[in-house]
Design a protein around this ligand. Sequence first.
Ligand code: FE
Length: 213
Amino acid sequence: MSGSDHHEHSHGEESTLTDIQKRVKALESILVSKGLVERAAIDQIIEHFENKVGPHIGARVVARAWVDEAFKHELLEDATKAINRQPDFPDIGQHLIAIENNESFHNIVVCTLCSCYPWDVLGLPPVWYKSAPYRSRIVSDPRSVLREFGLELSETKKIRVWDSTAETRYLVIPQRPAFSKAKSESELAKCVTRDSMIGTGEVLPPAENNVNG
Ligand code: FE
């Protein structure tokens, strides 16, 4: 989460808070003083969205699919069931469909209607995902939009755009990068970016990843 949308809980200098943070703080104080919510409950919700859900969950799912063929097979068949069967992944409440990039196809996720997004595995959606230009242009001219994201696809690669709904969310399984030496699942997870799981970005190349070990 970026600093600007971080829910400020410390009682520091008012002047360092943005307008939205001040508004949130004022609203929270009113709700607490009226006995409508408890601070501990708010803290728990924030902790949930900061640590329990987020792209780090999706990254682990992708990394496991890269190293475990059986899991990948299950994931492509029924992503919700496959993830919920793994004891070390948090439960997925949404109907999730995993789609795999390969040499022939590149997949992109959008919600043309509003902002449906796989919160369970990617956390809170980025602002651009909810913007009208992304929602319309990714369908009409995906190649140009990807280029603006810095992703240049070969002309021979076909693009598939998946439109999310309230019932169905999508998770892109990006192609596994080629590494000179074997990498563990947790090392591979570090290469999986949020945008690579939406289809608007690439996984981190091995060289970059090597910096962190
Ligand atoms: Fe939506």
